[in-house]
Design a protein around this ligand. Structure first.
Ligand SMILES: [Mn+2]
Length: 296
């Protein structure tokens, strides 16, 4: 399925027919997180996320992309020790993250949707984590409503450089060829792509610039079209690192997740939670709450 076709000078957005995930009737609470950008060496962010995964009492956690800063193939599971701790022969970073998700998956359902950083996360890693991969976009049918879930990058149509890149790297042949390269070469390419991304952020003219400083956001008309095609009033997404709730008119809205940076001051990282209306109140629907990661 290709949501977006890019030709030389034009960008078309074709509203995709989304997959539908029907929530089990016993689900009362569902958590959404995105853009954690986990990486070896960032111990504070890993710890904040691990503690959230241990603490949450939701029935399901949806990770809507960019859990990892970079992902070059599921064989990173074979890497032993951390890049910044060569003296430590313990399990590698990917394995430690998998254990966090695996432990959570014993109590609740965990779903993962690809972001623009970890779009190569595959079925081998998902299985090691006990989590289910979701198409982007997917409709979650929960509490009598349809909630459109997306990472968000496919709707940033004005970001034409990125859209060209996305079109290239979401191609199955490109991915096959990339994954056939030796791991060390893929890691090197991953570092190059990250460096380009960092350079782009610093060109935004802000010291320590993040995604939120870039003039990148979802195309409003394309977002409305996606919502119409999904027959959903609300889209929940990440990617832009600009947490907010936007009224799109005509009963449509989009809810933007925060990114996570536990080392920033103040620390960033919040959880969006849907809480189903109590069944004895006869209504359907859900309340939306945004919680600090440390207070779930
Ligand atoms: Mn992203």
């Amino acid at each position: 399925m290709s949501a977006v076709a890019v030709s030389a000078n034009t960008v078309h957005s074709v509203a995709p027919a989304p997959a539908v995930l029907q929530a089990p009737v016993n689900w009362r609470r569902v958590d959404f997180i995105a853009d954690l950008h986990l990486q070896p060496g960032d111990h504070a962010n890993f710890a904040a996320w691990r503690d959230f995964m241990r603490a949450t009492r939701a029935d399901a956690v949806f990770i809507l992309g960019d859990l990892f800063e970079v992902w070059v193939g599921d064989d990173v599971l074979d890497v032993v020790g951390d890049a910044d701790a060569d003296s430590d022969p313990g399990p590698g970073f990917a394995t430690r993250c998998a254990r966090v998700i695996q432990a959570a998956s014993q109590r609740l359902a965990v779903y993962f949707m690809h972001g623009n950083r970890d779009f190569l996360l595959g079925p081998v890693y998902a299985k090691a984590c006990g989590m289910t991969l979701l198409e982007d976009p997917t409709v979650l049918a929960f509490a009598g409503q349809r909630w459109l879930l997306s990472h968000g990058d496919a709707l940033c149509l004005q970001d034409t450089d990125y859209m060209q890149f996305r079109h290239q790297v979401r191609d199955a042949r490109w991915q096959h060829a990339f994954l056939a390269k030796p791991l060390a070469e893929r890691q090197s390419i991953g570092r190059d792509i990250r460096a380009q991304s960092e350079a782009r952020k610093s060109r935004a003219g802000v010291v320590g610039a993040t995604m939120a400083n870039l003039d990148v956001d979802l195309d409003v008309e394309a977002t409305r079209e996606w919502l119409r095609a999904a027959e959903a009033p609300t889209v929940i997404h990440g990617h832009t690192h600009k947490p907010a709730e936007h009224d799109l008119g005509s009963g449509q809205r989009r809810i933007v997740l925060s990114d996570w940076d536990a080392a920033a001051s103040p620390a960033r990282g919040s959880v969006l939670r849907l809480i189903a209306a109590s069944p004895d109140l006869s209504g359907s629907g859900a309340r939306v709450e945004r919680l600090a990661a440390t207070s779930v």
